[in-house]
Ligand binder design. Structure first.
Ligand code: C5P
Length: 420
């Protein structure tokens, strides 16, 4: 029997499940059951380290295929000789340790799972599992960005109590959530294996919806080398864009000086100043259904920019003149035409929550997302956030501190109710 079952039954897909050495390996057993119960043909690749957590016989019994660990194992020849890695639909790595993520990003191939990753043309989905310090380490962040840039879909870990006793982000996503993401992806995969992020019959809860996201922080030049800006990295906006994409939306992002990597499948327009951002938003607005205005737009710009050259120390800058920029999202309100417009209010201190509510009304928005920027553990330069979602005539929705991705998912849930 050939491994790939396309042609016999289009809903039965071929999935490679890579299991690495984390306590979360036990969750991979549930995940395997969900995948096989849905009729998929799943082959499991385990690393040596994963055997310390779950034995190969468990995966073998549930997948109905031998499990290969050692790439020099003579059995690997018989088990994998007929596997066309290039034709598998999905390669899922769950759990993915920091070590495996690092090796994948570096292109190392010192076990069968890693060499399969390099050989496959399947959609790669990675479910990280690790301690929160490791997850937040710049090396891991960069490796994750590298893998995303190469088209891998990262199913972000959740927050809560970790196996090591710490609290924080790092717990592998739950098998049901991973299964759901696989299902959403497969619903998109045409059997021709065209680019799943292309503009082809996307499905999902936001299929057919055009989402425009702004992200990052604008830069207002003072002279040819200096500018006024803010601490926004663009991460929240990128997470929103990716969450919308994963739900089947057609997504455009207007990125103001974002330090994040581009997401395959999303149209990105790079801008620098508030004025450029305004021009880009105005030109995209007419053809969008939902606008998520997550960018931190400067409220002021310099009136007399020294475009050629640099203001010297001895020159006085005491009369640097600032003039207001236009309030982009507020100005769009009169030609809303049923579009959903969502603003973001980063306010200093909980006591300023009501300022956010005033902005919701003053700017004529359908929804505003408040977060407290006085806290160092959320918001700027953090992978976490804690938000309150406010909408006229609705109860506030409080999302306790969690990953920005999780916040983005909760915001997209509300977007869905607004456009329903
Ligand atoms: O800066 P402020 O707190 O008023 O920002 C609230 C919302 O308004 C944000 O969604 C931001 O993107 C948007 N905004 C804008 N144009 C500005 C300033 C802010 O659209 N000039």
């Amino acid at each position: 029997m050939a491994f790939i079952s396309i042609g016999m039954n289009n809903s039965r897909k071929s999935i490679i499940l890579g299991v690495t050495g984390s306590i979360a390996a036990y969750k991979a057993v549930d995940l395997l059951r969900l995948l096989t119960s849905a009729g998929h043909d799943v082959r499991v690749l385990q690393t040596e380290a994963s055997l310390r957590f779950v034995g190969e016989l468990t995966f073998q019994a549930l997948s109905g295929h031998p499990v290969v660990i050692d790439q020099f194992d003579p059995r690997s020849e018989s088990v994998f000789s007929h596997i066309d890695l290039a034709s598998a639909d999905i390669m899922l790595v769950a759990p993915a340790t920091a070590g495996t993520i690092g090796k994948m990003a570096a292109g190392l191939a010192d076990n069968l799972l890693l060499s399969s990753y390099l050989a496959t043309k399947a959609k790669v989905m990675i479910c990280p599992a690790m301690n929160q310090q490791m997850w937040n380490h710049p090396a891991v962040r960069e490796n994750i960005d590298t893998l995303k840039r190469r088209g891998a879909l990262i199913i972000e870990p959740g927050s809560g109590e970790l196996a090591c006793g710490d609290e924080g982000v790092g717990r592998m996503a739950e098998p049901r959530e991973i299964f759901e993401r696989v299902r959403q992806h497969l619903a998109d995969v045409p059997t021709s294996k065209a680019d799943v992020h292309g503009d082809i019959n996307r499905s999902g809860s936001l299929a057919g919806v055009r989402v425009l996201v702004t992200a990052g922080g604008t830069r207002e030049p003072i002279d040819s080398v200096r500018y006024i800006t803010n601490r926004s990295s663009g991460r929240m906006g990128m997470e929103l864009a990716e969450a919308a994409l994963d739900r089947g939306a057609r997504v455009t992002i207007v990125a103001a000086n974002c330090s994040t990597t581009r997401i395959p499948g999303i149209t990105q327009i790079d801008v620098e100043t508030a004025e450029e951002l305004e021009t880009a938003v105005e030109s995209e607005y007419e053809s969008c259904d939902v606008l998520l205005m997550a960018a931190a737009v400067s409220d002021y710009k310099v009136s007399d920019i020294m475009t050629m050259g640099k203001i010297e120390r001895e020159e006085s800058v005491s009369n640097l003149k600032l003039v207001p920029t236009s309030d982009i999202v507020a100005n769009l309100k009169n030609n809303g035409n049923g579009r959903v417009r969502i603003g973001f209010a980063a306010e200093h201190g909980e006591e300023n929550r009501e300022r956010a509510r005033r902005k919701l009304l003053d700017k004529g928005l359908d929804m505003i997302v408040f977060n407290d920027i006085s806290r160092a553990d959320i918001g700027f330069e953090s992978s976490d956030n804690e938000i309150t979602i406010m909408a006229p005539g609705r109860d506030d929705i409080f999302v306790e501190k969690t990953t920005k991705r999780e916040c983005a998912e909760r915001i997209m849930d509300q977007v869905e109710t607004l456009i329903a």
